[in-house]
Design a binder for this molecule. Structure first.
Ligand code: ATP
Length: 892
């Protein structure tokens, strides 16, 4: 067992040198032998299984029943058509489902955790799946442990192992703990770290002893593969809506059947008509349409660097009206450079020459030395890893001939207190002069609070209040220039002290001021978000003045009265804070629990809030926010786990782009659904009216099924992927409580349905009239007259729906304003649908099967003319809507 072997035995057995790690060649060999480091996934459904699961539906049973009935009575053509419809329907269902699943899978791949490993003597970050036994892995707070690891160093390392043990209190880990017994429970093996557990504090290193299924979680992997219910709220609402409308449709169908029966119509005909109408009219496809549009939408979003982890987020994104964003890295470039440093009482400009040169004096050397020793980042001319703030410090050291390797060799680190954004400090304990020295760096105000003396001209002097004020004033000057200030202090001790003793009674050396330029593109995004009714808020751990200086540059705030610090938040009760919060744009010197307060206060004011985060402690605020956004590059695994969306480029602009995409996706779903409902209503109207007034039925069951198939699927999905409206960001965010049928959407569906239905009847009447009959005599009309009139009705029903889809692309803009050919898929669907319709009535054997007949040219003109009417009617309604909006100064 790995935990009761000595470190040397482990290293020997795995054949690895701790300081260099494995070589890439060796890694390749081991990859062949052990495979990828991942848990086996739950078996996916095969295509056949997917196909059969599509058939497992009450409506399909009804259709299959209808097929059997037609078979028995010898209407073979009808049974073939019904079976073909069932088959096609299921195939389309499978394709949709497979596509949606693939999109989600691809997204999951993008979010696989990454790990720090040492290979060929260098530290690099790789995908955790690429880890092999023997790899040397570096663990730090916020990362998931990528494999089972025997620790070789640890410093205050704490790991939360609830995934394995159910215990949510993190357990401390010690690389040097030795065990002799065999039977130690997993939770007590404190010299090991296990796959899928989470580092919450401290640092450590270790050797991978097991990967993939050969880990402890691997052996209990089954329980991790649980499927969760992943319907989004919108899908659920659609499901409910579908059910309600379905019941309504069913009621009408039954009523129709009873009326038909009382009228003495042919029972079998009535039965089949009722069944077909029920199948056509029940909008069972609604949740499926929502699912596919969402899946295609999130795939598009991943291409603009926003990975949506939870589908409901897409809907919520459209309603966001507050974006709370971290400053560093998201609003700024996170490319820090030290421009100046301060030593009592002088500001020194850093020489930006490339080549290295000696530090100006001893005091400068002390300052740089402490900063470098107290940093975990690495940087050389070509590469750097770690926190950009620290990289800037290492670069500062390199510039002055003080490399991290050299300093670490002279003054080995023996202990450390890691950085956390509550304390805003970090400390290390290094050997020096036969004793130890604490180096602490962090926010200058906090450094001053824990210091009692100061280094002046190489001498340690008591730190007076006046000195404190001088230093703070100088640092504020820097902050006002948008520079980020970081202070440093130290203290010597004879004996090794522990964590709690480190950050007390220190001697201040000075501070550095670094520049972190704003991202250029962010300014435009903030302006466009503003136009879209979205307020941008800056949240930062940095100093208020630095924050406000940058906020002004970006157009987030106008002056310092719009800024508040974490300390000021603490003075207010939650109620008071919520009342005031709308007046503020910048929150500075905040810690992660302030973020939760900020989210809650904004939500209390009725806002829909998105909040960014990257640290271990940001998880609660990400969870509280309506949209939690994690950083893909700098974010910890925990923050990514808690987020609804991940930005792969850490860029604010991406949030705004994602909101725009979210609004478009929601609108597209709405278009597709309203379109589907109009079509279904059209079919019901045509048939129901005929039955009610004792007309002949204008559409045969197979014809209804066909129209349903051709029009319901392709144009609806094409509407679902409609190119975004360029003006979508000129409108206010959608009220999340707003009904799907608000703003005229419901009446549009009803008007469309009534028009389509009555025009179908009109075409039927025209066909009858052309052959010397009429609607009221149609019940007794000869078969050939009915075939002719039905063909007219059939074509009008299909093509009017196809054309109508074009006008559904925008609620108020005309089809030309949105760009007639802009949605290629829709145009193709319409052309394909029309050609199919033409083929169906013109190709003799198909025409026979569907009981239709080829139409002469002048009839085609009539049916096309009629089919265009619903589209034209809707376009005319839009003219009035535009006029109304213009009059009331509303965006189109
Ligand atoms: P953001 O704007 O994203 O919140 P931030 O860097 O300003 O970024 P934190 O990371 O919480 O916010 O840092 C808060 C403060 O802590 C910084 O302003 C700085 O003074 C100090 N600090 C940041 N990084 C370190 C570090 N590695 N070591 C010591 N102190 C640090």
């Amino acid at each position: 067992m790995w935990f009761n072997q000595s470190q040397d035995e482990v290293l020997k057995e795995l054949d690895v040198d701790l300081s260099r790690g494995l070589s890439e060649a060796e890694v390749e060999k081991r990859k062949e032998k052990y495979g990828e480091n991942k848990l086996q996934e739950a078996k996916k459904k095969t295509l056949i299984q997917l196909f059969f699961s599509q058939l497992n539906d009450a409506l399909i049973y009804v259709l299959l029943g209808a097929a059997v009935v037609t078979l028995i009575v010898g209407e073979y053509a009808d049974s073939v058509i019904i079976l073909a419809v069932v088959f096609l329907n299921a195939t389309i269902g499978v394709v949709q489902e497979a596509k949606a699943e693939k999109a989600i899978e691809a997204l999951n791949k993008l979010t696989t955790p990454r790990s720090l490993v040492r290979r060929d003597g260098e530290t690099k970050e790789i995908n955790s799946t690429q880890i092999v036994p023997g790899d040397v892995v570096i663990l730090d707070a916020g990362r998931y442990v990528p494999a089972d690891i025997r620790l070789t160093t640890s410093s205050n390392l704490q790991i939360e192992e609830s995934a394995l043990t159910g215990e949510s209190v993190p357990s401390s880990k010690f690389y040097d703990k030795e065990f002799t017994e065999e039977n130690i429970p997993v939770g007590d093996r404190t010299n090991m770290a296990f796959m899928s557990t989470l580092v919450t504090y401290g640092r450590g290193e270790g050797v991978v002893v097991g990967t993939g299924m050969e880990t402890i979680v691997g052996s209990i992997a089954k329980s991790l593969n649980e499927e969760t219910d992943d319907m989004t709220p919108l899908q659920k609402r659609m499901d409910e809506l579908g059910k309600t409308l379905g019941k309504l449709a069913l009621g009408i169908t039954i009523l129709m059947f009873i009326i038909g029966f009382l009228q003495g119509r042919d029972l079998l005909d009535m039965l089949l008509t009722s069944i077909s109408l029920a199948v056509a009219a029940i909008p069972e496809g609604l949740p499926a349409i929502v699912a596919i549009v969402l899946a295609l939408g999130v795939t598009r979003m991943s291409k603009i660097n926003a990975i949506v982890k939870k589908l409901p987020a897409v809907e919520t994104l459209g309603s966001v009206n507050i974006i709370c964003s971290d400053k560093t890295g998201t609003l700024t470039q996170n490319k820090m450079t030290v421009l100046k440093y301060y030593i009592y009482d002088e500001l020194v400009d850093v020489d930006i020459r490339e080549e290295s040169h000696e530090a100006k004096d001893e005091a400068s050397e002390e300052l740089i030395k402490s900063f470098v020793l107290c940093s975990d980042a690495t940087a050389n001319k070509t590469e750097s890893t770690g926190d950009p703030t620290e990289i800037a410090l290492i670069v500062l050291g390199n510039k002055h001939g003080m490399t991290k390797e050299e300093l670490n060799r002279l003054y080995p680190r023996v202990d450390e207190k890691p950085f956390d954004s509550d304390r805003k400090l970090m400390s290390t304990l290094n050997e020096e002069n036969g004793g130890y020295r604490v180096h602490t760096k962090g926010a200058i105000d906090n450094i001053l609070k824990i210091s009692s003396s100061i280094l002046v001209n190489g001498e340690v002097k008591p730190l007076t209040e006046e000195m404190r004020k001088t230093i703070l004033d100088r640092s504020i000057e820097m902050s006002n220039e948008a520079l980020r200030v970081l202070g440093v202090a130290y203290k010597d001790t004879k004996v090794k002290i522990d964590e709690d003793e480190m950050e007390k009674d220190l001697t201040v050396i000075g501070f550095v001021a670094m520049i972190d330029p704003p991202r250029l593109e962010v300014k435009d995004s903030i302006a466009s978000a503003h136009m879209a009714g979205i307020t941008s808020i800056m949240i930062t751990g940095d100093h208020k003045n630095t924050a406000v200086a940058i906020a002004k540059e970006l157009g987030i705030a106008d002056d310092i009265t719009q800024a508040m610090t974490g300390a000021e938040i603490d003075e207010l009760t939650d109620e008071e804070f919520a009342e005031k919060i709308n007046n503020y744009r910048v929150f500075a010197r905040v810690s992660p629990d302030h973020k939760v307060k900020i989210v809650k206060a904004f939500k209390k004011q009725g806002n829909i809030v998105s909040m960014t985060g990257d640290g271990v402690n940001d998880a609660p605020s990400l969870k509280h926010a309506d949209i939690g956004v994690a950083m893909g590059i700098t974010g910890t695994d925990v923050s990514k786990g808690a987020a609804d969306m991940i930005l792969t480029d850490d860029n604010f602009t991406t949030i705004v782009a994602a909101i725009e995409e979210g609004r478009n996706i929601y609108n597209n779903i709405k278009k597709a659904v309203i379109f589907l409902l109009s079509c279904n209503l059209g079919e019901i109207v045509a048939i129901f009216v005929s039955v009610l007034f004792s007309f002949a039925i204008p559409l045969l069951p197979t014809q209804i099924l066909w129209v349903n198939l051709v029009t319901d699927t392709l144009p609806a999905i094409s509407l679902g992927v409609d190119p975004g409206d360029p003006d979508v960001m000129k409108k206010e965010p959608r009220d999340p409580k707003e009904s799907f049928f608000a703003r005229g959407a419901g009446s549009r569906a009803i008007i469309g349905g009534l028009l389509i239905g009555s025009l179908t009847l009109l075409a039927f009447a025209i066909g009858l009239a052309e052959r010397g009959s009429s609607l009221f005599e149609s019940a007794d009309a000869p078969e050939d007259v009915l075939i002719y009139a039905r063909t007219m009705a059939f074509v009008v029903l299909a093509t009017s729906q196809l054309f109508y889809s074009l006008t559904m692309r925008n609620e108020t803009k005309s089809i030309f304003q949105v760009g007639f050919f802009k949605n290629k898929y829709l145009i193709l669907s319409i052309i394909a649908g029309t050609l199919l319709q033409f083929g169906l009535i013109s190709i003799p054997f198909l025409a026979d099967a569907f009981k239709v007949i080829a139409l002469p040219l002048n009839d085609w003109l009539i049916v096309f003319g009629l089919s265009l009417l619903p589209l034209i009617a809707n376009e005319i309604i839009k003219v009035f809507m535009r006029a109304y909006r213009k009059k009331n100064n509303l965006p189109l």
